[in-house]
Design a protein around this ligand. Structure first.
Ligand code: NAP
Ligand code: ZN
Ligand code: ZN
Length: 406
């Protein structure tokens, strides 16, 4: 990941960043306050866009309380600072986390501040850049995933694991926003977003933008454990839950030539699992199938959004195997000491991935033509989409066409 950093030219500390930005930007660019949209490269007199002066208005879809449907809301975005990028949002994926947060289902460890603007699979067109930005120019396509900031100086931040920042990463929505103008960050169910360039991902030219957006959360969240636990060709991996995360887990594991089994609770998804590249698909309620699969998996990735009895899955691990839970936040069920001790099995967790690794999965997928299976929706369809995700009726990611925001 180190050379990735060098490759992107992203320096690590904020201090080094500004020195470098000045060096690479040159006098002409450094003198420009902001490069407004539409005037890139033009010789016309420079006018400050509204974004340069102070907070500016944006439109969004928001939840105003846990049990209310989402509706349109006017919000404010912060002025574009020297290291900031302003994106005109084109597409935003709908993650199950958006639903948990909007409905305050994580009250225990992350209560929701309302209004809540979800969305952390964001792709947009760069409309303005701050004077010190080197990674983007106006007109480029950029992506924002689950984080928009972190301290950039602690050990995890310096080792490209901003998601584990010791001071707490600033998540894309519902996180205390040190920049303002609102108390908490507002996500991508909006026509505009401003973020520090380090947290904006480059989207390779030619990418299918709507189908690439889900890689920014669902993709990185399933890619990262495959990297960390070094999933190799020929190994057996199981994906538990075939939704947004699960279907990308299948594609990413197939790309590594792993032997993939899908565990689903939906009989109607068995065929799809095979179409997506899985060798096998089993109903997790099928006790005989679960017995047959005992001691076979090197790695299991659990994407189910709620805790369920994990005993049969721990049994399905090979000696030394690991079940990585990325879905359920609450107390896990059915994991007994003896089942782990006897064959040195592990139950682990993993949260999204760092910025360098997020860039890596975007580039990796672009090079291999891997995208999400998406159903494009208009912003006003968001409440129906939420309900369908909860009913396990999404094939396999809803993506909001933000250009249709009225
Ligand atoms: P999703 O699209 O709803 O997919 C989850 C799938 O899990 C469903 O399609 C369903 O698949 C299965 N499932 C649903 N309810 C279940 C239940 N009660 N018991 C067992 N299986 C169930 O959701 P997603 O967007 O992929 O997100 C999955 C979870 O990961 C969410 O809780 C989300 O908050 C979390 N998440 C975590 C991270 C992280 O960094 N760790 C990142 C993103 C999301 P079948 O029909 O095949 O059974
Ligand atoms: Zn997500
Ligand atoms: Zn940090």
């Amino acid at each position: 990941m180190d050379d990735h950093n060098h490759h992107t030219g992203q320096p690590r500390g904020p201090e080094r960043m500004s020195r470098r930005a000045i060096l690479t930007a040159g006098a002409g660019l450094a003198a420009t306050q902001i490069i407004p949209g539409g005037t890139a490269g033009a010789q016309e007199p420079k006018k400050d866009p509204p974004a340069a002066k102070g907070p500016f208005p944006a439109r969004a879809y928001a939840a105003t309380k846990a049990d209310a449907p989402l509706g349109p809301l006017k919000i404010e975005r912060r002025a574009v600072g020297p290291h900031d990028v302003l994106l005109d949002v084109l597409y935003c994926g709908v993650c199950h986390s958006d639903i948990h947060q909007a409905r305050d289902e994580w009250a225990e460890w992350g209560p929701t501040t309302y209004p809540c603007v979800p969305g952390h699979e964001i792709i947009g067109r760069v409309a303005a850049v701050g004077e010190k930005v080197t990674k983007f120019k106006v007109g480029d396509v950029g992506g924002v995933g689950c984080m928009v900031d972190s301290c950039r100086t602690c050990d995890p931040c310096r080792s490209d694991r901003e998601q584990n920042c010791e001071k707490g990463a600033t998540f894309t929505y519902n996180a205390p926003d040190k920049h303002g103008p609102a108390k908490v960050t507002y996500g991508g169910y909006s026509d505009k977003i401003v973020a520090t360039e380090h947290f904006v991902i480059r989207i390779p030219p030619g990418a299918d933008l709507a189908a690439t957006a889900p890689l920014l959360c669902a993709g990185i969240t399933t890619f990262s454990p495959m990297q960390h636990w070094k999933l190799k060709g020929g190994q057996k991996v199981g994906v538990i839950g075939l939704g947004g995360l699960g279907h990308l887990a299948v594609k990413l594991a197939v790309a590594r030539k792993a032997d993939v089994t899908v565990f689903t609770t939906s009989p109607g998804k068995v065929k799809d699992a095979v179409r997506l590249g899985a060798k096998d698909a089993v109903l997790s309620t099928d006790a005989d199938a679960m017995k047959r699969l005992a001691n076979t998996f090197d790695l299991l990735i659990s994407t189910a959004p709620k805790a369920y009895p994990m005993g049969p899955f721990v049994n399905a691990l090979k000696a030394g195997g690991t079940l990585v839970n990325v879905g359920a936040m609450e107390e896990l069920k059915g994991v007994t000491g003896i089942n782990l001790i006897y064959a040195r099995k592990s139950v682990a967790g993993s949260m999204i991935g760092g910025i360098a690794e997020t860039q890596e999965v975007i580039d990796y997928c672009a090079a291999r033509g891997i995208t999400a299976d998406v159903e494009l929706i208009a912003p006003e369809d968001i409440n129906k989409a939420f309900d369908r995700v909860v009913k396990k009726d999404v094939r396999y990611r809803f993506v909001i066409d933000m250009a249709k925001l009225k």
